[in-house]
Write a protein that binds this ligand. Sequence first.
Ligand SMILES: N[C@@H](CCC(=O)N[C@@H](CS)C(=O)NCC(=O)O)C(=O)O
Length: 194
Amino acid sequence: MKLYYCPWACSLAAHIILHEAGEPFESESVDLRTKITASGADFNAITPKSYVPALRLDDQELVTENIAVLDYLAQVYPRFGVPGALGRTRLLEALAYISTEIHKSFKPFWHQGNDSQKAAAGAYITARLRYLGETMKGDYLFGDAPSAADFYVFVMTKWAERFGVELPAPIAALRDRLAARPAVAATLAAEGLV
Ligand SMILES: N[C@@H](CCC(=O)N[C@@H](CS)C(=O)NCC(=O)O)C(=O)O
């Protein structure tokens, strides 16, 4: 497997899972301004969507869209899935919530919104994170072990820190728990974020 990622991007969640899994994988960073990869390849030719994450599988299929990439990794590494008859549905439900309600709400911060747009977005993000904090089933979203969705939340907490968005206490605690994991620290170091 090969992950195309960009430091600070949502691809960090998949990158963490690959480190957590402990099996060999490749990764290559992408300059999202020039759309050139670290090895000089044209990222537009790799995926016409031109955004990360993009996951090249061993059979050369390319998986894009964070929800699909994280769901795929949770199938390959079931410990990052959610147990139970509705487990996959619950995971997809959480991934969709994080992607569409939280990730996308950071747009004014990444794309030069004005102060009032940023204030409204920040309040919305905090409220959406509060819901996640209130519905956690244990130390992590779904119990006593992190799922793929927890790592996506972790990325959202890094963005919140960067842009001064308030984190509800249970989500700040979740961030701290995840940050203490060696694979998370290794991924942050690999992306040059520490
Ligand atoms: N719909 C995509 C959006 C992914 C996305 O927003 N990627 C950002 C980084 S977090 C990106 O690569 N932006 C560069 C661009 O759109 O040119 C997904 O959910 O995976």
